[in-house]
Ligand binder design. Structure first.
Ligand code: SAM
Ligand code: SF4
Length: 470
């Protein structure tokens, strides 16, 4: 794409149209809601207009129906598996001034830090020893952080000491890069590229991003297109809830997903749902202008589960343990656990250094505690990284997922990777809970060939083999 074509790009978010759709859906009748939920249950997604109607649901009766539909879709597509990851903050240096973020350039009280390769490998080693297999690398936005530098950091994590404990999938969350820089980063073998629009509402966006490159709304809106142009076909979207009306944001998010689907034939791989949390010297974060309550968040997640059934839903440790449990049942398919949200956080924690988080964390439990907890509720924690390593990304992934064939891979891989976690990293209490769950899951596999395959893999593991998958 030429610079001229880039400048000519127009927003595919039409604020007036979205506001109008919301107004027109203001008082839906029960029959209309029932029809949309019945359509959603077919797992072919929903239109923006349908989503606007569902966002108006208030009555307890209709809410129950909404949650039941989301729950059923979640179980049909994802079963009881929950993918586990941890964020690894590489740098909190940033040239932008985002009103809600503690990393903003004008926050003089924040100790700035960018990990060098040695420090990064130390952080990685700590996470590998705890049992993580999937990391999300997080970066501030700074002129120094170009494609080459980001690629170097990804390589440092992937290609440290070669042991069976190695990290197997890295996703990244960075500011927009050029197509050329994306190509360089793609070469390292990243999984998903994530970038959140924060708010789709243009006026709000301009107000909270006054300075720095991030002030350019369109540049950010088209970043996933640029990632696709560089051959990265798993991309992640997100909204920072609290900046503007969540109902509008939901329509913006789904318009974005539709834009990707229409342009590239494949929608977002994941959607994230951060809510603004208190952050150092970020006044707006103390009292967000559009508070999103726990009840709102439950609705948001249920609606997205129905509207884009094949997109992974990510929830982070920003949320409390109690709420995370409820949201797992409504559609969340990936969670972070044991997170530290500043560069060097895992090393500092180990060496009793004081915390300097990006924002306040709601769930402060360790990975082992989270695993024991979710396993005792019947969710199977998955450390699987198979799809992207076997080339099941973008279109190929959707071709497996949409006819329901992804189960064939996910369930065995979840059992196998969970067994690896229990064997090498879990506490005795977690192991006890986990082994019971594995036995139950194994017995539930209906296909005798698949069950035999899993048995063989578990036997190989007991003989010392690792990193097994389908
Ligand atoms: N600098 C990159 C960018 O802005 O895209 C990536 C790193 S930034 C730390 C990652 C995400 O953190 C942002 O996209 C934003 O949604 C989220 N974030 C920033 N401030 C936050 C806060 N106070 N509470 C919760 N999430 C926040
Ligand atoms: Fe920088 Fe990202 Fe924080 Fe904005 S959200 S100040 S770009 S790190």
């Amino acid at each position: 794409m030429t610079d001229k074509e880039r400048i000519m790009r127009k927003s595919f978010i039409d604020d007036d149209r979205l506001e109008l759709i919301l107004q027109q859906s203001a008082k839906p009748d029960y029959r209309q809601i029932d029809e949309i939920l019945a359509k959603g249950a077919e797992k072919r997604g929903l239109s923006i207009e349908d989503v606007a109607v569902l966002s108006q649901i208030e009555s307890p009766e209709q809410l129950t129906k909404l949650y039941e539909t989301a729950h059923k879709i979640k179980y049909d597509i994802y079963g009881n598996r929950i993918v586990i990851f941890a964020p690894l903050y590489i740098s909190n240096e940033c040239a932008n001034i985002c009103d809600y973020c503690g990393f903003r350039a004008d926050n003089k009280e924040l100790l700035r830090r960018t990990l060098d390769i040695e420090e990064l490998q130390k952080e990685t080693r700590i996470l590998e020893e705890i049992g993580y297999k999937r990391l999300l690398l997080v970066y501030g936005e700074h002129p120094r952080f170009d494609g080459r530098w980001i690629a170097e950091t990804v390589n440092a994590v992937y290609r440290g000491e070669q042991t069976h404990k190695q990290i197997r999938r890295i996703n990244i969350n960075t500011a927009p890069l050029s197509v050329e820089d994306f190509r360089i980063v793609k070469e390292t073998g990243i999984g998903t590229y994530q970038c959140f629009q924060e708010t789709y509402h243009r006026e709000t966006y301009d107000r909270v991003h006054l300075k720095g490159k991030k002030a350019n709304y369109l540049n950010r809106l088209y970043v996933h297109d640029d990632a696709f142009a560089a051959g990265i076909d798993d991309v992640g979207l997100g909204v920072l809830f609290g900046l503007y009306d969540w109902k509008f944001e939901l329509l913006g998010l789904l318009s974005h997903a539709k834009h990707l689907e229409d342009t590239f034939g494949v929608g977002p791989h994941t959607i994230s749902f951060p809510r603004i949390e208190p952050a150092l010297n970020a006044p707006i974060s103390e009292c967000p202008p559009y508070q999103v309550t726990d009840e709102d968040l439950k609705k948001i997640i249920a609606i997205v589960r129905i509207a884009v059934p094949y997109t992974g839903i990510i929830l982070t440790t920003r949320e409390t343990m109690k709420l995370r449990k409820e949201l797992l049942n409504l559609g969340v398919s990936q969670i972070s656990a044991g997170s530290r949200t500043y560069p060097g956080g895992y090393y500092d924690e180990m060496h009793n250094q004081p915390s300097k988080q990006q924002f306040t964390i709601g769930d402060t439990r360790s990975l082992d505690e989270v695993i024991k907890d979710i396993a005792s509720q019947g969710f199977i924690p998955s450390f699987c990284t198979s799809c992207y390593r076997k080339g099941r990304t973008g279109h190929t992934f959707m071709d497996y997922a949409k006819p329901g064939n992804i189960h064939k891979f996910c369930k065995p891989n979840a059992i196998i990777t969970f067994m690896e976690y229990l064997s090498d990293y879990a506490s005795p209490e977690t192991r006890e809970v986990g082994m019971k769950l594995i036995e139950r899951e194994f017995n539930e596999i209906k296909d005798p060939g698949l069950q035999e395959f899993v048995k063989q893999q578990l036997d190989l593991m007991s003989q010392g083999q690792r990193d097994l998958m389908l």
